[in-house]
Write a protein that binds this ligand. Structure first.
Ligand code: NAI
Length: 344
């Protein structure tokens, strides 16, 4: 089986070669992202393998179908970069629903601690033998209230870590998890209560029409002064301009962002020798209380191994059985994990 692999990074190849060779899958690696201009590289392939910033829109899907490529294997969980409604009946979309929720949850807490204990500042100061503590005052996490939006795999792993710190958790989810609310340290609340009563807000929901700009000018106004915003989910959950205004007005005490609304233009690439065209991103990065990482929350050895193993299993299952438990299917306007091969 031949698979055109877009947006390849050196750390992808080791695991994909390992699992691909076990199942006679030949990955043809391309560094370029998938777009209308690059889709032709998939000519002759049986499937394509794509990541978070590859574009699978209607034009790309039409070209894939014209070339006879009917399988789109996402090597990630989120699928907001795929026009799922258009894909229905044309291409099969497979994904990796979970690879290491701990990787993302642990990165989120790493960013939070770095920010509120000023570790990023201390690292730079002490390398210059500057041992002054002025401006380094942080705050305890113990006893603070964290609002967690999205209590799926990553949200729950993050909540467990927060409970270890002695924090109180206010949770919000469109579909609540049984047994999570203990009426004490973890309580499900309405979104308005979460905004009003949280010291820290962490986003762990997917990007959908409902959640687009869930952190906005209007929601920030309802938050506590000095609220800390954590986003390791998807960039467009946060209105970046509203966040910047909130930081300038001191409403937002700190922000930790592993994702950014317009990240597709920059993230995963080295722009250190270039002029940054995105003024909002440049201004955010210039703030002493903003920490940005380049969508690296998933990047652990364990997660990379699981991503490759699951993607290869998805492809081999689909070819052998005509179905795969990780197929995504949108019928009309309804999203459902189909997994039955009924889509076509
Ligand atoms: P999951 O599917 O296990 O959990 C997502 C939760 O969000 C579910 O409980 C769901 O009910 C909830 N949800 C759906 N719509 C909602 C809404 N309108 N409001 C509130 N909650 C809603 O997914 P998982 O594995 O926990 O991943 C969460 C997100 O993390 C993914 O959607 C993805 O965007 C992001 N992610 C980021 C990574 C990174 O490297 N930064 C890596 C992996 C995932």
């Amino acid at each position: 089986m031949k698979v055109a692999f877009y947006d390849t990074k050196p750390y992808d190849r080791e695991c994909f070669d390992k699992y691909g060779s076990l199942y006679d899958i030949e990955f043809k690696y391309y560094e370029t992202k998938l777009s209308e201009d690059t889709v032709r590289l998939a000519e002759g392939a049986d499937a394509i393998c794509v990541f978070v910033n590859d574009t699978v829109n209607s034009a790309v899907i039409d070209k894939l179908v014209a070339m006879g490529v009917r399988i789109v294997a996402l090597r990630c969980a989120g699928f907001n970069n795929v026009d799922m409604k258009y894909a229905f009946g044309k291409v099969h979309v497979l994904r990796v629903p979970a690879y290491s929720p701990y990787a993302v949850a642990e990165h989120t807490i790493a960013m939070l601690l770095t920010s509120i204990r000023r570790i990023h500042k201390a690292y730079i100061r002490t390398r210059d033998f500057n041992f002054s503590l002025v401006g380094m005052t942080g705050f305890d996490l113990h006893g603070k209230t964290v609002g967690v939006i999205g209590t799926g795999r990553i949200g729950r792993a993050f909540i467990n870590i927060c409970l270890g710190f002695g924090m109180k958790v206010l949770a919000y989810d469109k579909f609540r998890s049984e047994g999570l609310d203990n009426g004490d340290t973890v309580r499900y609340v309405e979104l308005d209560t979460l905004f009003r009563e949280s010291d820290i807000i962490s986003l762990h929901c997917p990007l959908t029409e409902d959640t687009y700009h869930i952190i906005s000018k209007e929601s920030l106004e309802r938050c506590r002064d000095g609220v800390v915003i954590l986003n390791t989910s998807r960039g467009a959950l946060v209105d970046a301009e509203a966040l910047l205004s909130g930081i300038k007005s001191r409403k937002v005490g700190a922000a930790c962002l592993d994702v950014y609304e317009e990240e597709g233009d920059f993230f995963f690439e080295d722009y250190s020798g270039h002029i940054m065209d995105d003024d909002v991103l440049a201004r955010l990065i210039s703030m002493p209380n903003v920490i940005v990482t380049g969508h690296q929350a998933f990047l652990t050895r364990e997660a990379l191994d699981n991503i490759a193993a699951t993607t290869v299993k998805n492809l081999t299952d689909f070819v052998a059985l005509g179905r795969c438990e990780n197929e995504l299917c949108f019928r009309g306007s309804t999203a459902e994990d189909c997994g039955s091969g009924r889509c076509f």
